[in-house]
Structure formats: structure tokens, C-alpha cells
Design a binder for this molecule. Structure first.
Ligand SMILES: Cc1ncc(COP(=O)(O)O)c(C=O)c1O
Length: 223
């Protein structure tokens, strides 16, 4: 795929800029949010001549309390109404926001998106199910974001000798899973214990999920 947004800075440049901003913030635990756009221009549909605009925020965040993780979270299924290029981390998040808000209003943490009968991902997370000691997740394609936590989970499961199977699965299969969890940078690895009012497994965070979580934390803290 041809890149249509030219960014002059290298990954190393960004690393230095981010480290500097984090140091200046004096925060011990923070979220860095980087937004790159085509710049400020009059409203029109063609690429503007304006220089690329890079904005970054650093704000304190607190990891999800252990207590909340130990209880697990609830989710709903929701039609995936997003566009065809969900692998691009874009600012056009209206369908994600609408689905997440619907989940929130139903007392749930996340909406698990379903397209053509198969689970794609969450509104802001990747989705996994555990069945018979194996971890299943949606294969990478244009339909999902290749999350960095997903990459870490792949490494962690491999190091634990747990098969990591990238295969599509349906909502019905997810409801029959032994365990379900979601991942993202901010929620890390979060057990999902109930979807659409139906308990997953025994309705508690799964053993394998927590094993993966603890190993993941070890990897992060060692970095
Ligand atoms: C749609 C979507 N999928 C997955 C993720 C998880 O990505 P990461 O693990 O890089 O935070 C996110 C994070 O914002 C997301 O918005």
C-alpha cells in the first residue's frame, strides 16, 4: 500500500521527542498521544499544501485497578459499522464511539464488533478467546488494527508454550469459549466475563488469561 502522508521524522526522532516530553511532564505513569494530520487548511477534499501537523499530549493515567481486573469486565456484541481500512489508525472514530457508548449505556466496558458474522475486534481493543488451552484471535487484515499489545500477547503466549491461533471466530463460538479477554495499550490484558448478558466459562477471569497477563507485566517491567 502506497503511503499518502509524508512524515519527515524517523521512528528514532519520534522516540527522542516522546522521551523528552515524558521527562518534562514529570509524570511517572502517563499516556502519550500522538496525532499527525495533513495540517491546517481551508475545508476541501484535496490534500492541502500545508505542512504536516504533529500534536502530542502527555497525561497521567492510572492502570486499571487490580480489583477491576480480578472481577473481569462485561461486553456486548455490536455490528461493525466501520469503513474498509480499519488497519489504519485514523481519527475517524465515529462508529467506534457510537458502539462504545452503546456498551457503556448497557453497563459494559467494551463492544465486540461483528462483521459478516465474524468477530473483528473491539472498538478500541483486540479480542481473543481461549478454548481447550489455545488462544484464538482474528487474523490481521484490513479489517482490524494490528495492536502493539496484540504483538506482545503473541510473544508472551509463544514464550509460555500456549498455541496462538490466528483464525476468524463467530459470536456463538466466543460464547462457548473457556475464557475471553481483550487487549490495548491502556487496558493491557483485560478479562471479559460476560457478553450480551451471557457468562463466559464460569463467569470469572480465566486462569490462562491471568497467566498471560502476569507474564506480559513481567516483560513490560523488564523493558
Ligand atoms: C480499533 C482498535 N483495535 C485495537 C486497539 C489496540 O491497539 P494497541 O494494543 O496498539 O493499543 C486499539 C487501540 O486503540 C484500537 O483503537
Amino acid at each position: 500500500m502506497q503511503r499518502r502522508l509524508t512524515i519527515e521524522q524517523s521512528a528514532e526522532d519520534f522516540k527522542a521527542i516522546i522521551l523528552e516530553a515524558v521527562q518534562k511532564s514529570n509524570e511517572l505513569e502517563c499516556a502519550v498521544y500522538l496525532q499527525i494530520t495533513r495540517g491546517v487548511a481551508v475545508r476541501q477534499h484535496l490534500f492541502p499544501a500545508a505542512p504536516v501537523s504533529i500534536t502530542m499530549t502527555v497525561r497521567p493515567v492510572h492502570a486499571i485497578e487490580n480489583e477491576a481486573r480480578d472481577k473481569g469486565k462485561k461486553a456486548i456484541f455490536h455490528e461493525d459499522e466501520r469503513w474498509a481500512n480499519c488497519y489504519i489508525k485514523s481519527l475517524n472514530l465515529l462508529p467506534n464511539i457510537l458502539a462504545k457508548q452503546t456498551a457503556h449505556e448497557a453497563g459494559c466496558f467494551e463492544a465486540i464488533l461483528v462483521r459478516d458474522g465474524y468477530i473483528t475486534e473491539g472498538t478500541s481493543s483486540n479480542v481473543y478467546m481461549v478454548k481447550d488451552g489455545m488462544v484464538y484471535t482474528t487474523p490481521l487484515s484490513k479489517q482490524i488494527l494490528s495492536g502493539i499489545t496484540r504483538m506482545a500477547v503473541k510473544k508472551v503466549t509463544e514464550s509460555l508454550g500456549i498455541p496462538f491461533i490466528e483464525k476468524k471466530f463467530t459470536p456463538e463460538e466466543l460464547l462457548q469459549a473457556d475464557e475471553v479477554f481483550i487487549t490495548s495499550t491502556t487496558s493491557e490484558i483485560l478479562p471479559i466475563v460476560n457478553v450480551d448478558g451471557k457468562s463466559i466459562g464460569k463467569g470469572n477471569p480465566g486462569k490462562l488469561t491471568m497467566e498471560i497477563y502476569h507474564k506480559f507485566k513481567g516483560f513490560i517491567l523488564a523493558d
